[in-house]
Every structure is written in structure tokens, then in C-alpha cells.
Design a protein around this ligand. Structure first.
Ligand code: ADP
Ligand code: AMP
Length: 216
């Protein structure tokens, strides 16, 4: 059965971490608009050039750009792949666009999983975040260190990087954007009875187990 799920939660809630686990354990594919935009910035595409300053400021890139990226990526995947939307939708307009994008491809949303977190912990999570420069595997200075120091668990790489927007000031803007524009889309999904809530403050393995219990 093909699943279509959204992981919803503020920056640092653990969406990317959990999406990676679902990729490994369930064969699902993560669709992260943040990753797509960072790839566009790196490649210097027109979208990347447009998005860079907005991302550095912690504000939201236009609905048209991100919905366009999602539609393209779904077309590349074809119809049989189960997908995890990570960091999308972030506004009511994106939620509407996603409904249309899915319907046009014979898909429908199965679950919206809200990672509930304590906002005070998020700055700490985000400022300690780093990832493998080669394969992108995610780590944290205190909560998820590589098993062998300075060596990526996934690919053995030795180079790591930090995101330019993972600083305290930008994080505050990103959280304010989440509160103002993203949290208000939850009721749309609540009305459809597809929201599952998970304690995102639990250890990574427990969060993973709670999500997989919802997916069945
Ligand atoms: P998001 O994709 O929601 O922005 P990430 O998955 O990148 O968040 O997680 C942010 C940081 O917090 C990462 O460094 C990650 O290793 C760490 N992290 C994720 N989930 C947990 C957790 N349940 N407990 C402690 N640290 C976590
Ligand atoms: P993320 O990797 O999800 O933390 O996203 C990083 C940044 O990319 C955000 O702060 C936004 O500037 C931009 N971004 C990612 N996804 C979206 C989206 N769905 N809508 C608007 N902007 C986005």
C-alpha cells in the first residue's frame, strides 16, 4: 500500500531525523523542501538565487516555488512510492496546493504526524545540529554523535557541515514563522481525522516507535 504522510513540527522538532528512519525501515522517500531548496542554492539555479536570502533570514520562500518543487519530485518518483512530506506544507496555501497535487496524481494523504516539542529545547537542538558533508546524515553535538568520533555512521565520511540558518537569531524567526503560518494549518487536517500526535521530546528511538505505531 502506498502511504502519503506529513511530518509536522517546528524547526528542530526532529522531522528530518525521523524521515531518515522511515526511509531506512519502511522504504519510504523523504520529500524535504528545505533540502531541495538548499540543493538549488548550492547549484546556483534561478530558484536557488531567489531563495537564498529568504532562507538566510529564516523567512518563507514563496508558495509557488515550493509547491512546484514538490510536484516535480512526485512526478520523478512515480505512483508506487510511499512519501514523507518534511517541512511542507508550511502555509494554508501550500496545504491547498498539496491536496491538488496529490489528487492529480491519484494519491491521498493518510496521516499528518505532529511532533510535539517544547520550544525552549529547540534552540539547543538546532544550534547543536550538524550533518555529514558527503551523504547528509544528521547528527547533534550532544544527542546524536557519530559512533566513531569524526566519522559518519552512514558513509564513513570525515567532513561535517552546519547550516548557515542554524543560528539562534534566525531560529527565533523560523519559530515565529511556524507559529504564525504553519501551526494554523493543523485544524484543516484535524477536521479530516488524520492527525496523529507524538511526543517529540522523547529519545529518537521512542519517537520512531510511536510514529511507526501510527502508520501500522
Ligand atoms: P527538523 O528536521 O525538524 O528541523 P532535525 O531532525 O534536523 O529537525 O533535528 C534537529 C536536531 O535535533 C538534530 O541535530 C537531531 O540530531 C536532534 N534530534 C532530533 N530528534 C531528537 C530527539 N528526539 N532527541 C534529541 N535530539 C534530537
Ligand atoms: P527546513 O530545512 O525545513 O528547516 O527549511 C529551511 C528553510 O527553507 C526555511 O526556513 C525556509 O526559508 C525554506 N523553506 C523550506 N521549506 C519551505 C516551505 N514549505 N515553504 C516556504 N519556505 C520553505
Amino acid at each position: 500500500m502506498t502511504l502519503n504522510i506529513i511530518l509536522l513540527g517546528p524547526p528542530g522538532a526532529g522531522k528530518g531525523t525521523q524521515a531518515a528512519r522511515l526511509e531506512e525501515e519502511k522504504g519510504m522517500v523523504q520529500l524535504s523542501t528545505g533540502d531541495m531548496l538548499r540543493a538549488a542554492v548550492k547549484a546556483g539555479t534561478p530558484i536557488g538565487l531567489q531563495a537564498k536570502a529568504v532562507m538566510d533570514a529564516g523567512e518563507l520562500v514563496s508558495d509557488e516555488i515550493v509547491s512546484g518543487l514538490i510536484g516535480e519530485r512526485l512526478d520523478e518518483l512515480g505512483g508506487e512510492t510511499s512519501v514523507i512530506f518534511d517541512g511542507y506544507p508550511r502555509t494554508a496555501a501550500q496545504a491547498d496546493a498539496l491536496d491538488a497535487i496529490l489528487a492529480a496524481r491519484g494519491r491521498k494523504l493518510d496521516h499528518v504526524i505532529e511532533l510535539q516539542v517544547d520550544e525552549d529545547a529547540l534552540v539547543d537542538r538546532i544550534t547543536g545540529r550538524f550533518s555529514c558533508a558527503a551523504c547528509g546524515a544528521g547528527y547533534h553535538d550532544r544527542y546524536k554523535q557519530p559512533k566513531t568520533p569524526d566519522t559518519c555512521d552512514a558513509c564513513g565520511g570525515h567532513e561535517f557541515k552546519r547550516r548557515p540558518d542554524d543560528n539562534e537569531e534566525t531560529v527565533r524567526t523560523r519559530m515565529a514563522e511556524y507559529r504564525a503560518k504553519t501551526a494554523p494549518i493543523l485544524p484543516i487536517y484535524e477536521a479530516r481525522g488524520i492527525v496523529g500526535r507524538v511526543d517529540g521530546m522523547a529519545p529518537i528511538d521512542e519517537v520512531n516507535a510511536a510514529i511507526e505505531a501510527i502508520l501500522g
